[in-house]
Design a protein around this ligand. Structure first.
Ligand code: ATP
Ligand code: MG
Length: 337
């Protein structure tokens, strides 16, 4: 059984007098112990809302509706009361956010914030906690940890703060770490170091990682299984290699085509996907990606495409997927008539 099994998760924000936003619309995916799973897609496709729903951290606003299941080790997180959820959060599941400054308390020294986690989740106190906190900072590559522990978040650089947050996340030895764009706010060299660090942690401790990103470079470097999200639904799931080698969903093809490549010839243009995520068809009326899709056919509109489970273990939600090399596309009715 998977460590985390998200089943038909949906999140709707309804406001009086406004159209309801189906931010997450029947998302299913799973994460096995020790596995790195990616949630990928353009801005606004529902990545953060998915992770916040799993963690029970969505803003409690009127009109919020959450449906489906998020089963962690046999327990549906969505059915837990706030207290039990807080216990799991931190002890079994930790989360790293995009903006480290907003996740650290500005008026408490870093050291105290780390030792607090150690006290709450591992029962460590005093000298033992202080020693472990320094060891953790050292492990995430913060130089001179003893001195850093006394400093406040604003005294650390962006990269150091993100490292401190990772230290806090691993302090409780979680079984699942959810990282929502952990490196987008950082410059490229620090980005690479942080990703390396996360990879190392996963390898050494067997922690499962749910990596949320819009950056396919990040996916290529570390993810085992990729879930591509569009308009609040998973449109393709595959292992990393087959996904990069032979994407089947036209949206995945578009995402890959919009990534700069070093081996591209001079003057060769990037192929951004035409239109924007805002040009989507509501899923009940057909494929949300149809308005931007180069492979659109009549069948794409009318009803939502079913999820197809291909024999190679991947699945995609598309009625006219990218053919595999060597595959002869079936003749369309009007062509054969
Ligand atoms: N509290 C909220 N109230 C109403 N709508 C919301 C709320 N939070 C998110 N949304 C909407 O839900 C959709 C999905 O947002 P989400 O933050 O999950 O996108 P994302 O994939 O994480 O994008 P990004 O890559 O920009 O972080 C968006 O259309 C967003 O406007
Ligand atoms: Mg987000």
């Amino acid at each position: 059984m998977a460590l985390l099994e998200v089943e038909d998760l949906s999140v709707t924000f309804a406001r009086r007098g406004q159209r309801a936003v189906h931010a997450v619309d029947g998302v299913s995916f799973s994460v096995d112990a020790g596995e790195v799973v990616g949630l990928v897609g353009e801005s606004g496709c529902g990545k953060s809302v998915t992770s916040l729903a799993i963690m029970g951290l969505l803003p409690k606003q009127p009109g919020l509706r959450v449906g489906g299941k998020a089963v962690f080790d046999g327990t549906d997180l969505l059915q837990l009361d706030d207290r039990s959820r807080r216990d799991i959060r931190g002890r079994d599941i930790a989360m790293i956010f995009q903006d480290p400054l907003s996740s650290l308390n500005p008026v408490i020294p870093i050291g105290l914030q780390v030792t607090e986690v150690l006290a709450r989740h591992r029962g460590m106190k005093g000298e033992t906690a202080a020693k472990e906190a320094a060891a953790l900072l050292d492990r995430v590559g913060i130089p001179d940890p003893k001195r850093r522990l006394k400093e406040y978040p604003h005294q650390l650089s962006g990269g150091m703060r993100q490292r401190a947050l990772i230290a806090m996340a691993v302090a409780c030895q979680p079984r699942l770490l959810i990282a929502d764009e952990p490196t987008t706010a950082l410059d490229v060299t620090i980005q690479a170091q942080i990703l390396e660090l996360l990879k190392e942690l996963v390898r050494d401790s067997g922690t499962a990682l749910l990596m949320i990103t819009h950056d396919l470079g990040v996916v290529a470097g570390m993810v085992d299984t990729v879930n591509v999200l569009y308009g609040g639904r998973v449109v393709e799931t595959a292992r990393r290699r087959p996904l990069f080698r032979q994407p089947r969903h036209p949206y995945t093809v578009g995402l890959l085509g919009s990534v700069p490549r070093l081996d591209a010839g001079r003057g060769e243009k990037l192929n951004p996907i035409p239109g924007s995520v805002r040009d989507l068809l509501p899923w009940p009326d057909g494929c949300a990606f149809a308005p931007r899709c180069a492979r659109r056919i009549d069948e794409c509109v009318g009803e939502p495409p079913e999820l197809v489970h291909a024999h190679d273990g991947r699945s995609y939600r598309c009625v006219n997927p990218e053919p595999l090399p060597g595959m002869v596309p079936a003749p369309r009715e009007e062509e054969s008539a």
